[in-house]
Design a protein around this ligand. Structure first.
Ligand SMILES: Cc1cc2nc3c(=O)[nH]c(=O)nc-3n(C[C@H](O)[C@H](O)[C@H](O)COP(=O)(O)OP(=O)(O)OC[C@H]3O[C@@H](n4cnc5c(N)ncnc54)[C@H](O)[C@@H]3O)c2cc1C
Ligand code: SF4
Ligand code: SF4
Length: 1019
């Protein structure tokens, strides 16, 4: 046996003190060696979990350099990381994980004429493309994780996008890289012709690489797959290209290409210079329906000959999944011809409008020639196209949201085969799945022969054995078809053992030499690409055999997650039968597959705390991982631990993840469950008690408002309240009123017999802003509805106390108290529901609790029935309008524009569109939505001194700038009590702005005749 090329490492244990101490002295960035932080960095989007020694979040390149020096001196391995969205385990390992995504994300240089940009590695693709858009260019390697994938990670994995047939992979688009070697040398790698006089270390590296490549030339020709989608091993074929697509424009060698796809095993990429493309000006989309998946795959090669920018597959399962979603159904139905078994989305692009239109015609003609006349739906409208692409993405997400222990596992997800064999490959692999008692759903990049498929496996039981068996059979087919075993996602832990299989013993040995040239001490991301472990080494699994959560008596009902799902028959067992000792809570947490989508920064809500902190601890994924580790005892015996509390501290319970997370991780609900266990064990603070029991003391406060309001009137009182109760002195608190809505004559008079509408007025609108409730009553009555105001039921022991949804109790984890309130509500409203009335509310966080939290409190069928009849007032009005029943006499307002900020729960339940729809009923009013995430107030969160800064940062991201920019002709609309307060607080210093509830705007637009009604109703 020959001597090892890479020197063995000093063995480091997780949490190593010496390394931590040295780093803290050497860097300005965060040095995270605590157990929970290491736990959060022990996984990526793969099936693996390996605890790192520690984590460093470098603040600058100097930090990075210092860290590399310390690691070298101590012999500690390093692992570069971006978004951590790798599917093969590239970013997990027993090393110091260095995460560049927080601070190292600048655009360093841009040359529009040369069509190049230079970036730091931590910038995400979406951020880069948003930056480039005004210049009419983009970086076209459009990975579907564009929101969270960093350019450093994309280069590390040699990533590929849907449009790779037009633009190539990363390797085709990286022009140069500044790299830091583990020995501390900084090198600039790029086109050989441009390097000139290289310093000795770089010269040695280049000469060494060329010598290896030239020596292995024949082997490279023999072993490297000729397909474009090949991302395994090191890119030695940069010297003797084997890809269908040239790596460089002039055919020369580019040394940066050795780093591309090297998975952080060779050097640290400090900057990347990238080739840009003009933004496509015109696009068309042809959607071809096929009777069978086989036919679709068989004909792909003919379609590719038309030179489309993308050919993407959607199979029958995904079509059905998309159809099961009411929002997607019309879009997908509009794209189908008949009942196809598969569709191909074929995109054409062009500088002029005519070219993509013509090629779309060619596609129609081609399909006719191929025996499928009339099977193409032509889409030329950009919005229509965008909507369908969204469906294609969502289909994958729904597939990932499968409940139970069996999950779609990524390990042969990106094998690439030449197009002429695609149909046979799909057919045979489907049979292999069936043989092993599973199935897979096919989707993605037909154009380049890379079809994604994830068989459903249960890694806690027989998953590993099936994984090996399926991988063996799939690989045999890939070899037979001369394809690439890794066509998109790289090697990592799952495929390093297959490098020798793919490239042969000689090239594998050559790869070790490459590694040794760059990193002789083996410090960079050990165990990936060379010298790896077995793919089915169960010690490295996130869910190894025997994995079990601790026993937990949960406060909420999580049984819907506690099921077994059969991948073949698609059947799911009854709730509560899945065998989860944590009664389904653990399985709900396990829905997070670490894809990292919660790190996005687009228009959606998820995740406001990450948007301002950029910390893994404060993102949905980090929280889900912390909970998973805690509920499985990996953070110690105590589930209600400080580490979990800290991770959940900045979660504003916005429910953004409930809607935006592909697998529906509902952190707001999980936070309630945790808060329940926390308060049981640790009790509650004075502030928590004050806020939680507000519904109890509110009637008293309304009787003596001048006393309670002294807090904001008496000098020094606010500061005292900060010291005693932790309520920020920088905030005013909502003012208490004694002219509450429920005690008003109008409300007492609104007691219609057999009401059509029951108006549910919450604590906040009743005690703090009764004018909103009055406005609601006026609007409903003006529209001619028989209205009753909701009040406690006849048998209620606290009959005089207003109804309450229990939200403030839930926030503190007082689930039993919340249940009591919920029961009062259900009992009071059930007779109305039984009589066919609709319950309408004003405050999103209260009303929508009836459709959400009430259903997991064990309140039975009555709660279920109530949930189907509980609507926000704007939902009710919009529905009535849609169904032609709404007669609301509205006149134009003095303001011409309405700017709407959606409450997070409103967005999570898709209630923002109805608000926009009813505002549009006001003649001449132009309605726009602010693309905002959470306002930052989030119930009591923003009032707390500890959260004031984070709260204001959240508001300053987009909401407050948009409000400040609005002119006097604009009315600001916000349905959330706390959102309105945040807007008032945030604009107080400049031009104060008041936001109004949507019903206030409607009420002020009621025409004079209707206002008459109001006066008579109120008197
Ligand atoms: C749902 C889903 C869909 C996906 N779709 C696609 C797709 O369409 N196309 C595709 O190609 N991939 C896809 N992926 C895989 C993954 O998202 C991409 O490979 C992505 O580019 C990785 O980016 P990242 O920032 O998360 O990198 P990370 O996962 O953090 O890192 C990737 C690799 O790069 C190395 N690295 C990171 N930064 C540096 C640096 N500064 N210097 C040196 N090495 C570094 C890391 O060590 C690691 O080996 C998908 C993954 C998921 C979960
Ligand atoms: S929380 Fe959701 S979006 Fe975030 S990583 Fe987990 S599954 Fe993905
Ligand atoms: S509820 Fe909101 S803040 Fe909390 S994790 Fe989900 S998206 Fe983030």
């Amino acid at each position: 046996m020959s001597a090892p090329l890479v020197r063995p490492l000093t063995v480091y244990r997780p949490g190593d003190n010496e390394l931590s101490r040295r780093l803290q002295a050497a860097v300005q960035g965060d040095v995270l060696f605590d157990r929970a932080s290491r736990g959060r960095y022990s996984t990526d989007a793969s099936i693996y979990q390996v605890e790192p020694i520690g984590v460093l979040i470098p603040r600058s390149h100097e930090d990075l350099r210092a860290a590399v020096d310390v690691c070298r001196e101590l012999g500690a391995p390093m692992l570069p990381r971006g978004g951590g969205s790798s599917q093969c385990g590239q970013t997990v390992g027993a090393a110091l994980v260095i995460d560049a995504s927080k601070h190292l994300r600048e655009v360093v240089a841009f040359d529009r004429d040369a069509m190049t940009v230079t970036v730091e590695p931590g910038i995400t693709l979406d951020a880069l493309n948003a930056w480039l858009k005004p210049h009419g260019v983009w970086f076209p390697v459009d990975v579907s994780t564009s929101a969270q994938a960093t350019l450093g990670g994309m280069a590390g994995n040699n990533s590929c996008g849907s449009r790779s047939i037009a633009y190539g992979n990363m390797v085709h688009n990286v022009l140069a890289a500044d790299a830091l070697l583990a020995d501390g040398t900084e090198v600039r790698l790029g086109a050989e012709a441009r390097i000139g006089d290289a310093p000795p270390r770089l010269r040695g590296l280049m000469d060494g690489l060329r010598a290896i490549a030239d020596r292995e030339r024949d082997e490279i020709v023999r072993q490297v797959p000729k397909v474009m989608r090949r991302v395994g091993g090191y890119n030695l074929d940069a010297f003797h290209p084997q890809s269908e697509r040239p790596y460089t424009a002039d055919g020369g060698v580019n040394y940066a290409h050795l780093l591309v796809g090297s998975e952080g095993t060779l050097a640290w990429t400090r900057t990347l210079t990238l080739k840009l493309a003009p933004l496509p000006k015109h696009k068309t989309l042809g959607v071809v329906s096929f009777p069978t998946l086989y036919k679709a795959m068989e004909l792909t090669k003919h379609i590719v000959a038309l030179r489309p920018a993308a050919v993407e597959l959607v199979d029958r399962t995904m079509i059905e999944l998309a159809r099961s979603n009411p929002a997607f159904r019309p879009i997908i139905d509009g794209a189908l011809v008949g009942e196809p078994d598969a569709i191909l989305l074929v995109e054409f692009i062009g500088e002029d409008a005519e070219t993509p239109r013509r090629t779309l015609d060619d596609l129609v003609a081609l399909m006719g020639d191929l025996g499928l006349p009339g099977q193409v739906v032509r889409m030329t409208d950009a919005n229509e196209q965008k909507a369908l692409w969204e469906v294609r993405k969502a289909g994958l997400n729904i597939m990932m949201s499968m409940k139970g222990d069996g999950k779609p596992v990524s390990f042969i997800e990106d094998c690439a085969v030449p197009l002429e064999h695609l149909a046979d490959y799909v057919d045979r692999l489907t049979q292999v799945f069936a043989k092993h008692g599973t199935r897979g759903t096919w989707y993605a990049h037909a154009s380049v022969g890379t079809l994604h498929v994830r068989p459903i496996l249960d890694m806690r039981r027989d998953g590993a054995a099936k994984m090996r068996a399926i991988a063996e059979e799939a690989s045999a087919m890939v070899r037979e078809y001369k394809g690439a075993y890794s066509g998109e996602h790289g090697d990592g832990l799952v495929r390093t053992e297959w490098v020798a299989w793919q490239f042969g013993a000689r090239l594998t040995r050559a790869f070790e030499e490459v590694k040794a040239l760059f990193d002789p001490d083996g410090l960079m991301n050990p165990g990936k690409i060379v010298r790896g472990t077995k793919m089915d080494d169960a010690r490295l699994f996130r869910y190894p055999p025997g994995y079990a959560p601790v026993k937990l008596d949960t406060a909420l009902d999580w049984s819907a997650w506690d099921v077994h799902a059969d991948p073949v028959t698609d059947t799911v067992t009854a709730p509560g039968t899945g065998g989860d000792p944590a009664k389904g809570f653990a399985k709900a947490i396990e829905m997070c597959n670490n894809n990292g989508h919660c790190r996005k920064f687009d228009a959606g809500t998820m995740c406001p705390s990450f948007r301002v902190t950029r910390d893994e601890e404060h993102v949905t994924r980090g929280r889900a991982n912390t909970l998973r580790l805690a509920v499985s005892g990996q953070l110690g015996p105590d589930f209600a631990s400080e580490a979990v509390r800290e991770a959940l501290e900045l979660c504003v319970s916005c429910k953004g993840c409930r809607r935006d997370c592909p697998t529906g991780v509902d952190m707001a609900k999980m936070k309630i469950e945790f808060a329940f266990h926390w308060q049981k064990r640790h009790g509650l603070s004075l502030k928590d008690k004050l806020v939680a029991y507000m519904p109890k003391w509110a009637p008293w406060a309304a009787r003596f408002p001048f006393i309670v309001n002294l807090r904001d009137a008496l000098p020094g009182a606010a500061r005292l309240s900060e010291r005693i109760a932790g309520l920020s002195a920088k905030r005013t608190l909502p003012q208490w009123r004694n002219d509450t809505f429920l005690s008003s004559r109008a409300a007492l008079a609104a007691n219609a017999d057999r009401p059509e509408v029951v108006l549910l007025v919450d604590t906040f609108n009743n005690y703090h802003e009764p004018e909103n409730a009055h406005a609601a009553l006026r609007v409903l009555q003006a529209a001619g509805y028989r209205v009753a105001v909701a009040r406690a039921g006849a048998n209620d022991a606290e009959r005089s106390r207003p109804l309450c949804c229990g939200r403030t109790y839930l926030g503190a984890g007082l689930v039993d108290e919340a249940k009591r309130e919920a029961r009062r509500m259900v009992e009071a409203l059930s007779p109305h529901v039984a009589a066919g009335a609709t319950v309408v509310g004003l405050e999103p966080s209260c009303l929508l609790a009836l459709r959400d939290e009430f259903l997991v409190m064990g309140l039975g069928d009555a709660a279920q029935r109530l949930s189907t009849r509980a609507l926000m007032i704007e939902e009710f009005l919009a529905r009535e309008q849609r169904e032609g029943r709404l007669k609301l006499p509205l006149k134009a307002l003095p303001q011409k524009r309405a700017l709407v900020h959606g409450h997070c729960h409103q967005k999570a339940f898709d209630v923002l569109n109805p608000a926009v729809a009813v505002l549009k009923l006001i003649p001449g009013l132009q309605v726009e939505v602010i693309e905002s995430s959470c306002c930052g107030m989030a119930g009591s969160f923003g009032y707390e001194a500890a959260h004031y800064d984070v709260s204001m940062k959240m508001a300053e991201l987009t909401l407050l700038p948009a409000v400040r920019a609005a002119g006097d002709d604009t009315v600001i609309v916000a349905d959330g009590t706390s959102c309105r307060h945040q807007i008032a607080d945030g604009t107080r210093a400049g031009r104060p702005r008041e936001a109004l509830h949507v019903v206030r705007v409607l009420a002020s637009a009621l025409d004079p005749a209707a206002q008459e009604i109001r006066v008579s109703a109120a008197s």
